[in-house]
Design a protein around this ligand. Structure first.
Ligand code: AMP
Ligand code: MG
Length: 318
């Protein structure tokens, strides 16, 4: 039986114990819900792949309670240090050279000599990391290839009994996954747009982020064409609406009959749109419609990450 509870101090302590015993615990962060396992335990980390139905061992994000813990597993150079000071805790994941002596399961790096680390900005996640006293590997708490969960209900629907415990901390404030930046050889590259905008990072670095993976990058879930996918087909940049389509609006909705309507942000605010993206897609996916038509989203700021997720959700399924 999956235990689903409010994150009281007693329940957080219980969750930390379950993690240390090798069980999976879903917990809230400011981005999306994570499916956590003790990052130092091979079997526990392997369970993540099984529960998600991830076809390959793709690298996972390792969550840490503070920068010192990140420094124990990865090498932080001057650029990473600046990014950490400015953006941690927060929705920025850094892919850094892995320390040889890092007490981490090799599975979290999927055989690479790098490791992805992040300090989440969420009181429950932070308390859990402190109580567990070790890093926690956590991808999004959903079946592989599907929409990321932004509420405890989403986690329960998606993973069922495959998770030992769910800490229900309410809806996630950001609703979009972290931005992933790889720092190596004094170069910073954007691997995945996310809840922290490219503009914010570039302003701090005083330079443009290089694009995409540098050198030999893994084929990882967030980089697959079809990902974050609802069951219905998506039609992007819709300028009209058909009666058998559900409309995912942004700003003033398109006129016309539709078979369902939700608005990411009636006032056209990208922050609000990001927070609603996955939950609105899930809701419209339940409607008896032929497709989901999505209105255009501006491409600046958080729009870059929103459009990235929409493009993957709309991509042909493999
Ligand atoms: P998620 O499963 O949604 O948490 O996504 C984790 C993402 O982190 C993957 O899609 C990878 O792109 C990225 N990632 C994690 N570790 C590494 C790594 N060592 N090198 C490159 N990308 C990584
Ligand atoms: Mg995911």
């Amino acid at each position: 039986m999956t235990l689903r509870v409010k994150p009281t101090p007693a329940h957080i302590a219980q969750a930390a114990t379950r993690l240390r015993e090798g069980h999976l615990v879903a917990f809230p962060t400011e981005t999306v819900y994570g499916l956590g396992a003790d990052a130092t335990n091979d079997t526990a980390v392997a369970h993540i792949f099984k529960a998600k139905g991830r076809p390959h061992f793709n690298p996972l994000i390792v969550h840490v309670s503070d920068a010192e813990k990140a420094n124990e597993v990865s090498m932080i150079d001057a650029i990473s240090q600046v990014l950490i000071e400015k953006f941690w805790p927060g929705p920025l994941t850094l892919v850094l050279p892995r320390r040889d002596e890092a007490p981490l399961s090799l599975l979290v790096s999927a055989g690479l000599d790098s490791v992805a680390v992040r300090q989440p900005a969420h009181a429950v996640a932070h308390a859990l990391l402190r109580e567990a006293g070790r890093p926690i590997a956590a991808p999004s708490a959903n079946r592989s290839g599907r929409l990321s969960p932004t509420t405890a209900d989403h986690v329960a629907e998606s993973l069922g009994e495959d998770v030992s415990m769910i800490l229900d901390g309410g809806p996630c404030a950001r609703g979009l996954e972290s931005t992933i930046v790889q720092v190596s050889d004094k170069q910073a590259a954007l691997l995945r747009p996310g809840a922290l905008t490219r503009e914010e990072i570039e302003a701090v670095l005083g330079q443009r982020l290089a694009l995409g993976p540098q050198g030999s990058a893994p084929t990882a879930p967030g980089q697959l064409a079809s990902h974050y996918a609802p069951s219905h087909a998506l039609r992007l940049n819709a300028h009209y609406i058909d009666a058998d389509e559900a409309l995912l609006a942004f700003g003033q909705p398109l006129r016309g009959k539709s078979c369902g309507l939700l608005n990411l942000s009636p006032r056209g605010d990208l922050w609000e749109a990001a927070a609603h993206l996955f939950s609105h897609l899930r809701t419209l996916d339940q409607a008896p419609c032929a497709r989901i038509a999505v209105m255009p989203i501006p491409h600046h700021g958080l729009g870059e990450a929103i459009n990235d997720r929409l493009a993957r959700a709309a991509a042909p399924r493999g």
